[in-house]
Ligand binder design. Structure first.
Ligand code: GLN
Length: 256
């Protein structure tokens, strides 16, 4: 059993993309969870924001995060992302940095988002396409099973992510693109395929808000460990009584 890391001088460098614009359903809470769970273990966590107009250094961060947003804000960010940040983000992905996108952010990590007949280009790190259909939004509590790929060292012995979804876009995975998980309850990518989210290497996308990480702290720890290049079992255990309860409640809300 490896020694816990505790205050080992490790440092998690997080880059928040468009935190001012892509922050629907308090998605910035995901950053707070990363920051607090590192701090409680004596691991320094530095969060840098990169919004409209800012450049991106692919070497300066271990984890890049982009939250969800309304179509209007998402349009603005998409143009900036493709023009100013996509190359750096792809380079960061190539060297193994973690990239996490939620909802609108997830859509922008894909190939395209078609909205009102206009095609908005994405970064192309996930081989997905999203179309805003003339149909009701997909809204509700959701739970997904990620057990097919996540390792045993993922903490709580739990392989279910629970949260809330609200998206007009329907996302299709192209051939060979792995989903993040299988839908247990809720709609997921398109309400039809049974798939939710997508993952490729260290890039992950999901429709789960809530925000995602406060309701699924085992996954937050898995991401932290991965970004630091250690096993989740090497992270010092925390008193997660409240967090485990929050996870159970989110699962229960979804009916799982
Ligand atoms: N604007 C996107 C959609 O409606 C994403 C919404 C969100 O991030 N919640 O599909």
């Amino acid at each position: 059993m490896p020694e816990p890391l505790a205050a080992s001088g490790k440092r998690l460098r997080v880059c928040a993309l468009y935190p001012d614009l892509m922050n629907i359903y308090a998605d910035r809470g995901n950053l707070l969870v990363l920051e607090r769970r590192c701090a409680w273990r004596g691991i320094a966590c530095e969060i840098t924001a990169a919004s409209l107009g800012a450049g991106l250094d692919p070497l300066a961060h271990d984890l890049f995060y982009i939250g969800g947003g309304q179509d209007r804000d998402q349009r603005l960010c998409a143009a900036d992302l493709v023009e100013r940040k996509a190359d750096a983000l792809r380079e960061a992905a190539r060297r193994g940095a973690l990239i996490l996108g939620v909802c609108g952010g997830y859509q922008l990590l894909g190939n395209s988002y078609v909205l009102d007949g206009e095609e908005i280009s994405g970064v192309g790190l996930l081989d997905i396409d999203t179309v805003r259909e003339d149909a009701p939004r997909l809204i509700g509590n959701v739970a997904i099973d990620v057990s097919s790929w996540i390792g045993n060292g993922s903490g709580a012995g739990d392989r279910v992510l629970a949260g809330f979804e609200n998206h007009g876009g329907r996302t299709r995975l192209r051939a060979g693109q792995e989903p993040l998980g299988r839908v247990l309850r809720g709609y997921g990518n398109d309400g039809r395929s049974g798939f939710e989210g997508a993952r490729a290497g260290n890039t992950f996308g999901t429709y789960l808000h809530g925000p995602l990480l406060p309701k699924n702290v085992w996954f937050a720890d898995w991401l932290i460990a991965r970004a630091l290049g250690v096993e989740p079992s090497q992270l010092e255990p925390l008193d997660d009584a409240l967090e485990v309860q929050a996870h159970r409640d989110a699962r229960r809300a979804a009916g799982v």
